[in-house]
Ligand binder design. Sequence first.
Ligand code: NDP
Ligand code: A1CAB
Length: 257
Amino acid sequence: MKAAIIGAGNMGSAIARGMAKGSIVPATSITVSNPSQGKLDRLKAAFPALQVTRDNRAAAKGADMVILAVKPWLIEPVVKELGIEADTLVVSVAAGISCGQLAGYTGNLGQPVFRLIPNTAISEMQSMTLITGNNTTDEQRKLMLDIFCEMGMALWLPEEKMAAATAMTSCGIAYALKYIQAAMQAGIELGIYPKDGMRMVAQSLKGAAELILNNDTHPSIEIDKVCTPGGITIKGINELEHEGFTSTVIKAIKASK
Ligand SMILES: NC(=O)C1=CN([C@@H]2O[C@H](COP(=O)(O)OP(=O)(O)OC[C@H]3O[C@@H](n4cnc5c(N)ncnc54)[C@H](OP(=O)(O)O)[C@@H]3O)[C@@H](O)[C@H]2O)C=CC1
Ligand SMILES: O=C(O)[C@@H]1CCC=N1
């Protein structure tokens, strides 16, 4: 299995690093292409077995799988430039580009295409990756899930659910970070040094996620366990509700869809 990754930005380089660490595609079989050399040099320094080039066509030549990690408006010209073969798996991480559009850009509506949405925690092998596709076989779908399960959690979704799920996961990681930033600001006012506060809040968020992921539970049950009647947590929870926290999160996710 040979893979080409076109674009070595946030997503492309994180996927390259994750795949190189993984067990399914050997690093020597991955070629990464990017216009500016600096990002390629950094990748090569971290993973010397990766192949790098500034020539997209050279990267894609002979690849079984081409992963497109450029901005959405560059997907069409980049795909057209590549001259992709009919049996190559075309994988796009571009938000908002449909499987139909992707196949259309290759000039072959029967092209096997995957549309994939990771989040930035893919660099830590902790992504929530959403996957959908068209014209793909069971074997190809399993391959894609196996590759991305090594970089966190991966879930197959019907295409019509992709936009909503993207808002919750890929945009959602930024909302979670926004909470960390806000809590740090409160901590600073209360005399906690920013770096200490950042670790405290990040670990608390990680703990909340572990509680949910490792147990058959629900946020309401876990919140109940924290809120002592007449205690201090419920005062903060009620303040969040008075200020419209739940409503604001709902609006934010709907705005990002
Ligand atoms: N950031 C995120 O959290 C997520 C992003 N996505 C999707 O991932 C895609 C990439 O986003 P992101 O990684 O954040 O963006 P970046 O800007 O970080 O990366 C894009 C990369 O593409 C390179 N590039 C530009 N033109 C070309 C070209 N013609 N051929 C090859 N490479 C090219 C850029 O090169 P250089 O700048 O070096 O010249 C850059 O390294 C987008 O489509 C986005 O929707 C999906 C999920 C999450
Ligand atoms: O903001 C964006 O458009 C990209 C896609 C999902 C996350 N970041």
